[in-house]
Design a protein around this ligand. Structure first.
Ligand SMILES: Cc1cc2nc3c(=O)[nH]c(=O)nc-3n(C[C@H](O)[C@H](O)[C@H](O)COP(=O)(O)O)c2cc1C
Length: 353
């Protein structure tokens, strides 16, 4: 696979003219260095890490790091710190100084930085990392990025905990990046007799996995839950997962792989919606779920059933993806969902409302 380094790409609204990015380096990435970087082909340059405490206290030297020249755009200014409020304020200052992007340092392992709770040690505190990210992202209108490493210690896998912590149903949403659709397709693929077999039990199991925010603890469990399909590869050695995934992606690119064009997915239709309505109604009467839990599950059931269609209907993937997006936006418009998201980001725990 070859990449054209001269091709432009986008980070949000910011066009980066080449694929070469100049890494941030403390004591090195001063303005003169960045300007030379841009002049000699870097598409994006980044300041050295700037302390948000220094910005907060108006430290003259720190504020000097925020000077931006007209010929260095696009430019990211990197900030570090451990207090969400101070980081948000620093991000605002960085944006008004003229930076095109705000980058946050969650990767520096140097003691001077980690002893203040900033840099790489944020990877060991996923709650705080999420709170800082939320505070910074909502303080500015430019794109926000995070530079991280695997963790503080060699061989650490702390970085893997920050990402998958928020399971959608736990915060009043449904998977809308293709997840509900993928689980619907996998449920249909699991029916032993193919098109003749009864899809309903597999639909119900997939619905429950998402609705109860179940997370697998191993590849075997993921297979049993229908999250992984029989053809999905499993790497037993955790340290090789990234490498194996990269090799597989490279191989697929080399052999010219293209995702299958819009195949048809068999759905349970109205039967699925009716079953979910009856089940959640009984759960509501027995105080096992709240009104809002019920609403979330019914939105999910509508997507995974394919909507108001007959059992056995074949639907295209793009149709299900549309249903998924519509349901997601409806739930995002719900006050109770937004309260759940806010609470979980703040405390790391689910809110039952
Ligand atoms: C002198 C020096 C200073 C650095 N300062 C920073 C920094 O301020 N922020 C940051 O995110 N990374 C910093 N780094 C890490 C680099 O951006 C880069 O991730 C690292 O050097 C790995 O890339 P390499 O293998 O090309 O050296 C620094 C690295 C060096 C060598």
């Amino acid at each position: 696979m070859s990449v054209n380094l001269r091709e432009s790409w986008w980070i949000g609204e910011v066009e980066v003219p080449t694929r070469v990015v100049l890494a941030p380096m403390a004591g090195v990435s001063v303005q003169a260095f960045r300007r030379q970087g841009r002049r000699y082909g870097a598409g994006l340059v980044c300041s050295e890490m700037v302390s948000c405490a220094g910005i907060e206290h108006g430290n003259e030297r720190t504020l000097g790091y925020l000077r931006v020249a007209s010929d260095e755009h696009p430019l990211a200014i990197q900030i570090f710190g451990s207090d969400p409020k101070a980081m948000a304020e620093a991000a605002r200052m960085v944006e008004s100084a003229g930076a095109d992007l705000v980058d946050m340092n969650f990767g520096c392992p140097v003691r001077k930085v980690t002893k203040t709770g900033a840099g790489a040690c944020l990877l060991q505190d996923a709650d705080l990392a999420c709170r800082i990210t939320e505070a910074v992202a909502s303080a500015v209108s430019v794109p926000v990025s995070v530079k991280m490493r695997r963790g503080v210690e060699d061989g650490s896998r702390a970085c893997l905990e920050v990402g998958p912590r928020l399971v959608e149903a736990g915060v009043g949403l449904i998977p809308a990046g293709g997840g509900s659709t993928a689980m619907t397709r996998r449920a249909a693929e699991r029916v032993p007799d193919g098109a003749q077999g009864d899809l309903f039990p597999f639909f119900r199991a997939a619905l429950e996995t998402i609705a109860m925010a179940r997370v697998s603890g191993s590849a075997e469990e993921a297979r049993a839950l229908g999250i992984l399909g029989p053809a999905d590869l499993v790497t037993a050695d955790a340290d090789r997962q990234f490498g194996d995934a990269r090799e597989t992606a490279r191989h697929l690119a080399d052999v010219g792989y293209r995702p299958p064009t819009d195949g048809s997915i068999r759905v349970v239709g109205r039967r699925g919606i009716a079953a979910a309505e009856a089940l959640t109604y009984n759960q509501l009467l027995a105080h096992q779920v709240s009104e809002h839990d019920r609403k979330v599950v019914l939105e999910l059931a509508r997507v995974m059933s394919g909507g108001d269609v007959a059992e056995g209907t074949l639907l295209s993937e793009s149709y299900l993806l549309d249903l998924e997006r519509e349901a997601f936006l409806r739930l995002l418009g719900e006050r109770l969902t937004r309260e759940r998201i806010r609470y979980t980001l703040k405390t790391g725990k689910p809110l039952r409302n």
